[in-house]
Design a protein around this ligand. Sequence first.
Ligand code: N01
Length: 540
Amino acid sequence: MNTNTPDTAVEELDVLVVGAGFAGLHQLDRLRKLGFSVKIFEAGAGLGGIWYWNCYPGARVDSEGAIYQYAREDLWRDFDYTELYPGWQELRRYFEHVDGKLDLSRDIRFDTRVESAVFDADANTWTVRATDGHTVTARYVVLCTGFGSKPYIPPIDGLDRFDGPCHHTGLWPQEGLDFTGKRVAVIGTGASGVQVAQEAAKDAASLTIFQRTPIQALPMRQKQLDAAAHSDLKKGMSDRFARRIDSFSGFDFDFLPKSALEVSEEERRETYEKLWEEGGFRFWLGTFNDVLFDQAANDTAYAFWRDKTRARIADPVLAEKLAPEVAAHPLGVKRPSLEQNFYDIFNQDNVHLVDLRETPIESVTETGIRTSDTEQEFDIIVLATGFDASTGGITAIDLEGTDGQTLREKWSEGVRAHLGVATAGFPNLLFVYGPHSPSGFCNGPTCAEIQGDLIVETLEHMREAGLQRIEATAEAENAWRDHVTELVGPTLFDKANSWYVGANIPGKPRQMLLYPGGLPQYLDNWRRSASESYSGFVLS
Ligand code: N01
């Protein structure tokens, strides 16, 4: 229920934060304690950002819970996840815990989707309007819209004709949906498709998975955590959090300091076995340091993954579709996901795979899905078709800067954002976890806190220096884009059509959307800018 009261007067704030996920809540807490007047506008009815919207069966985080939280001891000391990789319900419990400690909700306006913001160059403020008409003015707008707040629904003919429930994973009904005894179709095999399929396979009468590109899913090695495990975890938490800042991806592990090709075959095999057994993203972000750069090195990792995966699938035809002899793309350049029994469910009689490369979807009918060779009836269709990632949540808002252009128009030919945090022509607009920042390559809470702190420090600096306006220069954002392009050049990332490069959205310019230099290098760049009186920005 929307309990927001209609306000008549336009509220004036120092900072309006958009989004109540990890990033937005950190901004609210830090800025409020520093005496800024600050509020969050949140489109959902509850806390959690991505964890509010993605409440589909099986939704869970691909990072270990111990490090998928704020690094603050006052928050982690008396909170425990019951599983190594917690599910969405537990994440919501975590956000409630944080809210209980920090009393955040009182400054959050829920059910409030920002539709537009216009910069007033005389007053140096933004006027921000929500879809319900509620309006505020704020000196700064900090967008914490996350990487995945704009679901992508492909233009499949007849999708709106289907008579039964048809939901995107990122817009899942809050009241839930029971798969028991139902004929379920899942379109898409990214991380969301894998997770929802694992769950549906348990209870659905039939589960049909429509695959276009095979995912390279890695073993999660999920564990239930008891009191002894919690106590052990707590002992290492401070060290684990301290290590995040030195690692490429904001985790407590990093790439090995050696090439897959410089070691003996035996050592390579032993290393892969160890990473495989440890589970999680270690086989991806904790592996030899050239796997994402060198095709021959990557081939060794892919062959290991393929053989391990195929061994679990009884039907050789299915094995070839799910883990092909020849890789669809190098391992890890499209985001892998973590799986618990994804490859095993294909040995069940109720689970089927449709290979969309052979038989594409032609249309959705009132009762099911028609492909080029057959028509099947379904009770439920799940669209696990991903997101207009990284930029979509930002460009969904009509943001109008100093020259009358919207940000959507400006970025229609590609993203430019200095340090991934601000863009020329849009003063006092800052992004946390935005494009050209480590974002999708970085553990979410790490980025929310560490990049978030840099933004807080910048706003503090502005206030202390009596300044009212900060804007990235065109030269700096072009140079930053070129830096991103240079960094990604020697890697294998361009060899996959992934959301990392915008290739999952028809018409979206193809460019690396994330900062591929790793968190430490990103932070060095920030520190250099800050120490040079915020070079790359104009402050006034
Ligand atoms: O989306 P995706 P996702 N017809 O873009 C297919 C994070 N995440 O929601 O690969 C048929 O990865 C598409 O096919 P193809 C995580 O960062 C995290 O799964 O383009 N199929 C693909 O298989 C992840 O990377 C967790 O050929 C179509 C799928 O849909 C990101 O979110 C959990 C199609 C989309 O996969 C996105 O994951 C879940 C069409 N027209 C997600 N269009 C955590 O654990 C698209 N597809 C934290």
